[in-house]
Each structure stands twice: as structure tokens, then as C-alpha cells.
Design a protein around this ligand. Structure first.
Ligand SMILES: Nc1ncnc2c1ncn2[C@@H]1O[C@H](COP(=O)(O)OP(=O)(O)O)[C@@H](O)[C@H]1O
Ligand SMILES: [Mg+2]
Length: 278
């Protein structure tokens, strides 16, 4: 079997599977990519303990683009870290696919993340000494996996990075750096991609291009995406918005529009203020 054959096979198979799941789903329930159930996360102890998550329950549908919104301090980043297996929780259950994270050692969680989770950060987090191409392939290199050439070429093409591949991050614009980070996150075809404020350091045009790609990745490539954001315009690109307040999921909005998001957020802001001093 030649390399090319293997790659093409994998590529086609995954595409077909994903499309079937996403678009010809007949059951009323979509496949779940990740799940948090009654999750409690407490930072610190004693008088200074903070209940960052206070019974958060959320299921992330596969092949969809989900935005998580909430006031500052409502637990968005904590929830993302819990769902991504970056951190353990005090109570409740977290599943990635069918895997219950509670049963895993730190080492096993690391391996699960490498295999199944991709990340995009507000600050890009590219390795400055590596080229764009090397950054994109880094998760595969770390996992000891061979790059799926056709898939990476396709990502690079879709993200408009073809002529930037030999440049280092310092030679790229913010928008280009974040597109490299997105290609890196998708390179290993993870079960789920988490993005924490991915447009926070981008100008509005670069931000819109990135958000358009994330939506495309969910709809056309079947990629499950969870994005934490405080920006209603960004959240409106998602298929659904999940609202957090005081460490709990307090609402969901399918097919969101900017005015609907803003109005929900305004309600949360006053609820959060009346219940908390900050
Ligand atoms: N490492 C930490 N140690 C102590 N408290 C933390 C830590 N991380 C977050 N918190 C607290 O947990 C709460 C939720 O934080 P976070 O998840 O970062 O909220 P968000 O991302 O919605 O702004 C906040 O009160 C925050 O101060
Ligand atoms: Mg945060």
C-alpha cells in the first residue's frame, strides 16, 4: 500500500462519515461530541475558595459550531478547560466522545487531548522559532503521527496560507497567525476544537474571515467547534449560543442573531450583578 493510497482513503472515509452524521441525521438527537453534567469546579480552599463552575450541564453537538457566552468571571474558560480535559473537576461528569475523563490519569488525559482535541487561543500561541508549516504539523509531530498531506494541503488552501508556509510567526499578520493556529488545531482531525476568544486580538476584517472559516469547518467539514467569546457579532456566526452565569448554563439560543444575543446578555449582566458584588 502506498502512502498516497492510505492518505486518500482516510481522507475520503472521514469526510463521508462526518457528512452522513451531520446532514442526514434522522433521529431527533444529534451525536454528542462532548458532555459536561452537573460539573462543579472549585479553585482554592477555605475562605478564599471560588466555585468557578456550580453545577454546569452542557452537551456539545457533533459537527456544529457552538458559542459559549457569559459575563466575565461566569466560568467560560473554566468550562472549556474542563470539557477539553485540560483540568480536572471537583464534582460531576465530563465526557469527550464516549470517554469519561474521571477515570483517566493525567498522562491518559494528555494522550486523549493529543488525539481528539484541538485548541485555538486568543494569543495564537504559535512556536516563534518554527515556520507556519512546522507549527501546523506540530500536534502530529508530538503525537508521532504522519501528516495527512492531502488534508493539510486542503486546510492551507482554504485558509489562504499557501504562500506563507515558510514564514515564521513574527513575519505574519495577526490574522495570518490565527489562521495558522486554526490549521494546526484541525490538522489531526480532532473530535472537537476549542477556541477561547479566537478573534480577541484580530481587527474586525481578520476576525470575520476567521469566523467564516470556523463556520465553514463545522458545516462543510463536519468539524465540531466550541468557541468562548464575549462578542455578540462573533457568537452570531455559531449554530447555537450557550449562556453561562455564575458557573451554570442558564440558557441556549439556536440560530442566534446579534440583537437576540445582546438582549440575552443584557439580562445575564443584571442577573450576575444582583447576585455578585463584581
Ligand atoms: N486558577 C484560578 N484560581 C483561582 N480562581 C480562578 C482561577 N481561574 C479562574 N478563577 C475564578 O473562577 C471564576 C471563573 O473564571 P473563568 O472561568 O476564567 O471565567 P470567564 O472565562 O467566564 O471570565 C472567576 O471568579 C475567576 O476569578
Ligand atoms: Mg475567560
Amino acid at each position: 500500500m502506498t502512502l498516497t493510497e492510505t492518505h486518500t482513503e482516510t481522507h475520503t472515509e472521514t469526510h463521508t462519515e462526518t457528512h452522513t452524521e451531520t446532514h442526514t441525521e434522522t433521529s431527533p438527537r444529534t451525536a454528542v461530541a462532548a458532555l459536561a453534567r452537573d460539573v462543579v469546579k472549585i479553585y482554592g480552599r477555605g475562605d478564599t475558595a471560588v466555585r468557578a463552575l456550580d453545577g454546569a450541564t452542557l452537551s456539545i453537538p457533533a459537527g456544529r459550531f457552538t458559542a459559549v457566552m457569559g459575563p466575565s468571571g461566569s466560568g467560560k474558560s473554566t468550562l472549556m478547560h474542563a470539557l477539553a480535559g485540560l483540568d480536572t473537576v471537583n464534582e460531576g461528569q465530563v465526557l469527550i466522545g464516549d470517554t469519561d475523563l474521571a477515570g483517566l490519569s493525567e498522562r491518559q488525559r494528555t494522550l486523549l487531548r493529543r488525539e481528539h482535541v484541538g485548541f485555538v487561543f486568543q494569543s495564537f500561541n504559535l512556536v516563534p522559532t518554527l515556520t507556519a508549516a512546522e507549527n501546523i504539523e506540530l500536534p502530529l509531530t508530538l503525537a508521532g503521527r504522519r501528516a495527512d498531506r492531502a488534508w493539510i494541503d486542503e486546510l492551507v488552501e482554504m485558509l489562504g496560507l499557501a504562500d506563507r508556509l515558510l514564514h515564521r510567526p513574527a513575519e505574519l499578520s495577526g490574522g495570518q497567525q490565527q489562521r495558522v493556529a486554526v490549521a494546526r488545531a484541525l490538522a489531526a482531525r480532532p473530535r472537537i476544537v476549542f477556541a477561547d476568544e479566537p478573534t480577541g486580538n484580530l481587527d474586525s476584517r481578520a476576525g470575520e474571515a476567521l469566523l467564516g472559516f470556523l463556520r465553514h469547518a463545522a458545516h462543510e467539514l463536519g468539524q465540531t467547534i466550541v468557541m468562548v467569546t464575549h462578542d455578540a457579532t462573533a457568537a452570531a456566526y455559531a449554530d447555537q449560543v450557550v449562556f453561562l452565569a455564575d458557573g451554570r448554563v442558564v440558557g441556549e439560543l439556536p440560530a442566534p442573531t446579534v440583537p437576540e444575543i445582546l438582549s440575552r446578555m443584557a439580562g445575564l449582566g443584571s442577573a450576575a450583578r444582583s447576585g455578585k458584588e463584581k
